[in-house]
Design a protein around this ligand. Structure first.
Ligand code: FES
Length: 73
C-alpha cells in the first residue's frame, strides 16, 4: 500500500502538497502544474494572484496561521 498524500500546513503560509497531484477548478478543469514538479503550494491566505497556487503574497499581507496538530491518543 502506498503512502497517503501529505499536505503540510506551513506556518503563516500555504498548504504544501507533496506527491503527484492534479488540481482542478470547480468545473473539473485541471490547473497547469510545471512538469516534473512533485510539490505544490496552495494559497490559504486568499491573496495570491495565481490562486489556487501560492505566489508568496502571504509574506506581505500579514497572514497568520500556526495550527498545531493534536498528538495522537
Ligand atoms: S498562502 Fe501564499 S499567497 Fe496565499
Amino acid at each position: 500500500m502506498s503512502e497517503p498524500l501529505e499536505i503540510r500546513c506551513r506556518e503563516n503560509g500555504p498548504y504544501v502538497v507533496k506527491g503527484p497531484v492534479r488540481i482542478v477548478d470547480h468545473l473539473g478543469n485541471a490547473f497547469t502544474i510545471p512538469p516534473g514538479k512533485d510539490t505544490v503550494a496552495l494559497c490559504r491566505c486568499g491573496q495570491s494572484k495565481k490562486r489556487p497556487i501560492c505566489d508568496g503574497t502571504h509574506r506581505d499581507c500579514g497572514f497568520q496561521a500556526n495550527e498545531i496538530a493534536a498528538p495522537s491518543p
